[in-house]
Design a protein around this ligand. Structure first.
Ligand SMILES: [Zn+2]
Length: 187
């Protein structure tokens, strides 16, 4: 397995539509394994293919041990509404409050191509929505008001100076970039 570089806000791939996965190959399974490893190394709870520079319609999630490879995921039911703070591995340390459904049913395929359905609530439901948005070029800052989005982008302009270019490389065995435990899980 290998750690993949994480593409940062400013990289156009984060705004592109993904392509449905049609072949469930060993290459796909390796990509999924690498994405899990990268997500854990970054101390994240979710990671979508565009965040590692890929166009497959695929994301990985691990919320408190509830672990899923979401291939070609679709939300088939969304209900309830709640606001909570979110963060994203593609622009670390920028936070924003986003209203999301509190329960979603997601239909997806696993790494073998077998269809499955998950009924998720609370943080898992929020994480699914955040990742599925990534697969359609959407980021959590898009939900912020004009002023809050502008403030978040200004913050990112400062924070991004510590990275070189639009890609962030993780160090193996070193969880996260800083010693402070983030108050909000990044995805
Ligand atoms: Zn994200």
């Amino acid at each position: 397995m290998s750690l993949l570089p994480i593409h940062l806000l400013g990289d156009p791939i984060l705004r592109e539509e993904t392509v449905p996965v049609t072949e469930f190959t060993d290459e796909l399974r390796t990509l999924v394994d690498d994405m899990f490893e990268t997500m854990y190394a970054a101390s994240g709870i979710g990671l979508a293919a565009p965040q590692v520079g890929r166009r497959e319609r695929l994301a990985v999630v691990d919320v408190e041990g509830a672990k899923y490879a979401l291939i070609n995921p679709e939300i088939t039911l969304a209900e309830g509404k709640a606001k909570a703070e979110e963060a994203c591995l593609s622009f670390p340390d920028v936070y924003g409050t986003v209203e999301r459904a509190t329960r979603v049913i997601v239909k997806a395929q696993d790494v073998e191509g077998t269809p499955y359905e998950v009924d998720a609530t609370d943080l898992l439901a929020r994480c699914f929505q955040h990742e599925i948005d990534h697969l359609h070029g959407k980021l959590f800052i898009d939900y912020l008001s004009y002023l809050k989005r502008r403030a978040a982008l200004a913050e990112w302009e400062e924070l991004r100076k510590q990275y070189h270019g639009t890609v962030r490389y993780l160090k193996p065995g070193a969880p996260a970039d800083d010693d402070a435990e983030p108050s909000v899980s990044e995805a």
